[in-house]
Ligand binder design. Structure first.
Ligand code: HEC
Length: 135
């Protein structure tokens, strides 16, 4: 009886883990709606992701989300300043993506400031995540 009993815990554990991962992203989206966002649009998220913004440090150059994450989200990116590899953003190839609400917020804050020169609104963050989750 010992093994099936343990096995059932393992199965239950992985079930809970999988469900929590899915729940994290949905919870994050719910929290944006609680903060005033309306329906999310992957198309608007893609526009935000790909729109160029003037680089305040290098006149004539631009910044966008692909500057570090790359054009193909199923491939690793590269940090433009440190040269460090950044794992692929597409959840279809990287199941660690968008699994921790704090991590999501930390990087949104940092990267929106760097690219847009300001923090992203809850609506914008929800749009971007709706776009990224399709990848
Ligand atoms: C200067 C480089 C750089 C730019 C430009 C950049 N990012 Fe990132 N981003 C990172 C790094 C580094 C990480 C953390 C490492 C990782 O997640 O692999 C990250 C992680 C993230 C995460 C967290 C992913 C997760 O798994 O939780 C989100 C969301 C994100 N970025 C969104 C954006 C958006 C939106 C833009 C454009 C406004 C953007 N990033 C532009 C470097 C960048």
């Amino acid at each position: 009886m010992k093994i099936p009993y343990r096995l059932s815990f393992a199965l239950l554990g992985s079930l809970i883990f999988t469900t929590c991962n899915a729940a994290t992203l949905d919870d994050v989206l719910d929290s944006y709606q609680a903060a005033g966002a309306t329906t999310f649009s992957a198309a608007r998220g893609e526009t935000l992701w790909t729109t160029d913004h003037p680089d305040p440090e290098s006149p004539g150059k631009v910044r966008n989300c692909s500057t570090c994450h790359g054009k193909d989200l199923s491939q690793p990116g590269r940090h433009v300043n440190t040269g460090k590899e950044i794992e692929a953003m597409a959840p279809s190839v990287n199941d660690k993506r968008y699994t921790n609400a704090k991590t999501i917020e930390k990087w949104f804050t940092r990267n929106c400031k760097w690219v847009l020169g300001r923090e992203c609104m809850p609506q914008e963050k929800g749009d971007v995540l709706s776009y990224l989750r399709t990848k």
